[in-house]
Write a protein that binds this ligand. Structure first.
Ligand code: GDP
Length: 434
């Protein structure tokens, strides 16, 4: 999906526009930690084109001065986006800060669409002419609070989207990413993986379209590690902020089939780990939990079991995710990682037979009758798998309102008991039979 970033000095109305573009997509229902997305990254749609959008204004870098802040935000937009919406404000006209942002954006050579916000009525259109001086062509007058002009602005934005080429040539490759807070050992893990004897790393120059990813082969299967360059390069000031690392994680999760949630064994599980894992679950990606730095933990026979229980307690929603204990430094159990990724990926795109599935469900109903509501009992007619990545099932019933969360959970458990699906979330949707 193309990525659009909104930049501009504070108070020009960036988040108002962000929220308008994102619409209700941002409200997420599931009861999983971390799913109330930080309102900096979400998806939008215009004229059937789906894209992701970043509000760089939501990313603040320490207590740097004003001008430095907006410079960082502009750099983030340049690094992360395919198209940039440069927002200004008709009330204050062109300011020095606008000119500063313009300079950076101009040098980047990324496509920029200039928006002038707070043009709330036609009489105010006069004000936009000053903005031609910023050097990005026609300024688009908009009104965030009145919702005016957005259509024309988005028309101009999608005009700049990269044209779809033969982008689907790596659909058969297993794409995975390593997600976790700084210093859990993601880059060390990547290096350890790439150094494995049976791993063959593709010749980057020749084969990789997207230089930030790394392609490899293992057992004759092809894999792509998403965003490996981003993982290894460190140095820009904003890379250390939590919001930015969340943004990178969300972008990587989006492009992955399998997400490795990396936890530092020395430090245990913290809130940010849960949040990141929550994103992966919510996005419907396969998940493997990786406990790194296992070498640094003092242990006896019980330590691993105890740590595993701790993980299960913290990540109740990830009960399907396998856990691997390893060390990037000593390389212990590194060789188990790729086979685990393969397993999770296979289950992620597993299709089961409809008749077997229905036998499982009918047995389940016989064992534990469906819920009732106001004297009416839920009747399950049949179940069918409608999709993969993640496996998605539709349960056809008499009245969907009677379905209860706990009963859905029970059915999911029966499906898992029958088919496994280790490593992947599955989705159950309840629909009325027509
Ligand atoms: P990243 O920020 O998640 O990419 O983390 P790095 O890969 O840069 O690792 C952070 C620090 O942890 C470095 O000093 C590594 O040497 C160290 N480290 C990484 N993996 C291990 C491990 O398995 N065991 C131990 N003891 N240290 C590790």
């Amino acid at each position: 999906k193309p990525v659009v970033a909104i930049v501009g000095r504070p108070n020009v109305g960036k988040s108002t526009i962000f929220n308008r573009v994102v619409g209700e997509r941002i409200s997420i229902v599931e009861d999983v930690p971390g799913v109330t997305r930080d309102r900096i990254y979400s998806s939008g749609e215009w004229l059937n084109q789906v894209f992701n959008i970043i509000d760089t204004g939501g990313i603040e870098v320490g207590d740097e001065p004003f001008l430095a802040q907006i410079r960082y935000q502009a750099e983030i937009a340049i690094d992360e986006a395919d198209v940039i919406i440069f927002m200004t404000n008709s009330r204050e006209g062109v300011t020095a800060a606008d000119e500063e942002v313009a300079k950076l954006l101009f040098r980047s050579k990324k496509p920029v669409v200039l928006a002038v916000n707070k043009v709330d009525n036609p009489e105010m259109r006069e004000a936009i002419y000053d903005f031609y001086s910023l050097g990005f062509g026609e300024p688009y007058p908009i009104s965030g609070s009145h919702g005016l002009g957005l259509g024309d602005l988005l028309d101009a934005v999608i005009e700049h989207f990269p044209k779809k080429g033969n982008d689907d040539d790596d659909d058969d490759k297993i794409k995975f990413s390593l997600i976790g807070r700084p210093n859990v050992g993601k880059s060390s893990l990547v290096n350890a993986l790439l150094g494995e004897e049976r791993v063959i790393v593709s010749d980057i120059a020749g084969t990789t379209r997207d230089a930030i990813d790394t392609e490899l082969k293992y057992n004759n299967k092809e894999y792509v590690i998403i965003d490996t360059a981003g993982m290894r390069k460190k140095g820009k000031v904003y890379e250390t902020t939590e919001k930015y690392s969340v943004l990178r994680a969300l972008k990587a999760i989006e492009r992955s089939d399998v997400v490795l949630v990396v936890i530092n064994a020395e430090e245990g599980i913290i809130e940010q780990d849960k949040k990141i894992a929550g994103y992966a679950h919510e996005a419907g990606r396969a998940v493997v939990i990786v406990v790194n730095k296992w070498d640094a933990v003092e242990k006896d026979e019980k330590t691993m079991k105890e740590f595993e229980q701790k993980i299960r307690d913290h990540f109740l929603f990830l009960d399907y995710a396998p856990i691997v204990f390893l060390s990037a430094i000593t390389k212990k159990r590194i060789h188990t990682l790729i086979p685990m990724i393969e397993l999770a990926s296979e289950n992620h795109s597993l299709r089961v037979e409809t008749n077997v599935l229905n036998d499982v469900i009918m047995d389940a109903v016989a064992m534990n009758p469906a819920p009732t509501d106001k004297g009416k009992r839920l009747r399950i007619y049949y179940v069918t798998q409608v999709g993969v990545k993640p496996p998605t099932f539709v349960v056809f019933v008499n009245e969907p309102e009677i379905m209860h969360f706990s009963y859905e959970r029970f059915l999911e458990n029966r499906i898992r008991a029958a088919f496994g699906f280790e490593g992947t979330p599955i989705r159950l949707l309840t629909r009325a039979r027509k």
